[in-house]
Design a protein around this ligand. Structure first.
Ligand SMILES: CC(C)C[C@H](N)C(=O)N[C@H](CCOc1cc(O)cc2c1C(=O)N[C@@H]2C)C(=O)O
Ligand SMILES: [Mg+2]
Length: 331
């Protein structure tokens, strides 16, 4: 990894309106709040973006401050490897790590996948998210998206059988994955999984709250169960082996692409299927995540599809097909 001596750092909070709103078990959102980082050196600038998540105790202001506190370390030429030790995994490190990779790639005249010696990503089918709502509202939203091959259905703690049946009726051909965002309980876990299995759902993401998910190891799981809030970086993988079949890797949790790629390798070695996921964010967040797609069974990089406007040079989306980034965006 190149040392970036005398690199300067600029960061700011940026807001992108969502087209309508999106709702999960924890509440509704109308805008994507991102923190954007630029690392400059020798006339070149690398960019990175992150989304602080209150669920993990992060706010945009504290994330911005954590990034700005790294100014001297960057002026002193901190390496990407040293960055992993200097900051905790999370949103702030993600934006810095991705900006450094973008800058390293530009300085070397290479695309990011060549720089990092990873497979060249191709186009992939991304999941498209259906917000939590009444069964009728979810069925109507699903009907509009029924041509999409892969739908991610947000569910809460109540009314799972009605909602998932209404969604399946509205999209008979699509592959369905469900995200409960920790809203189920031990008491309704098996009935809810059975309702999902009955309509051919492929996978359920984070049914139980993180830290209170031991029941998943005790039951017979009728379909694949994927960890999201329960898994952050490589260090959280091993204890989940009996509970989950898959892990959702997000760069805002791992603290960047460097750890995300290491985590993907470790997860595969442990026998987990991989989902590469995202927050509500622009193409600048999705671009580095594309390097994990060659290892992923599920690609969930639909953040920009939910926005009213994306960044310039945003990723190309043809319906649900998402393409690798142009160098003008990142990497
Ligand atoms: C555009 C989709 C929502 C992105 C992806 N398909 C997805 O489902 N991601 C969610 C992450 C949920 O995002 C949340 C939840 C929340 O309570 C608050 C926020 C966000 C977010 O992106 N920004 C704010 C902070 C998943 O996999 O769980
Ligand atoms: Mg999730």
């Amino acid at each position: 990894m190149t040392s970036m001596k005398f690199a300067s750092l600029a960061a700011r909070i940026e807001r992108f309106p969502i087209a309508g709103s999106f709702t999960i078990s924890r509440g509704a959102k109308t805008e994507a709040v991102t923190v954007m980082v630029e690392v400059s050196r020798a006339g070149l600038t690398g960019r990175g973006e992150c989304v602080p998540y209150p669920r993990y105790g992060e706010t945009p202001e504290a994330t911005l401050a954590a990034i700005q506190a790294m100014q001297q370390a960057f002026a002193d030429g901190i390496s990407r490897q040293a960055l992993q030790a200097a900051m905790a995994p999370g949103a702030a490190r993600n934006a810095l790590d991705c900006a450094l990779i973008d800058l390293e790639a530009k300085a070397a005249g290479l695309r990011a996948w060549n720089l990092l010696e990873r497979p060249v990503p191709g186009e992939r089918t991304t999941a498209y998210t259906i917000s939590l709502g009444t069964p009728e509202a979810m069925a109507a939203a699903t009907a509009k998206a029924a041509h999409r091959p892969l739908l991610k259905i947000k569910l809460g703690g109540d009314g799972v059988p009605e909602r998932i049946a209404a969604v399946r009726k509205a999209a008979p051909e699509s592959e369905l994955i469900v995200d409960a965002n920790e809203a189920w309980t031990e008491a309704n876990l098996e009935a809810n999984l059975a309702a999902c299995a009955a309509v051919g759902v492929t996978l359920v993401e984070q049914p139980l709250p993180a830290g209170r998910d031991e029941a998943l190891a005790r039951i017979r799981r009728p379909l694949a169960v994927c960890a999201d809030e329960s898994v952050h970086d490589r260090s959280s993988l091993a204890p989940l082996r009996d509970r989950y079949d898959a892990v959702n890797i997000k760069l805002d949790k791992t603290g960047g692409l460097t750890e995300a790629l290491a985590m993907a390798d470790a997860a595969q070695a442990l026998g987990f299927e991989i989902m590469i996921g995202c927050m509500v964010a622009t193409s600048l967040s999705m671009a580095p995540a594309m390097l994990v797609t060659p290892q992923a069974r599920f690609v969930d990089l639909d953040g920009p599809l939910l926005l009213a406007r994306d960044r310039d040079h945003g990723l190309r989306y043809d319906d649900s097909l998402v393409y690798p980034p142009d160098a003008s965006l990142w990497g």
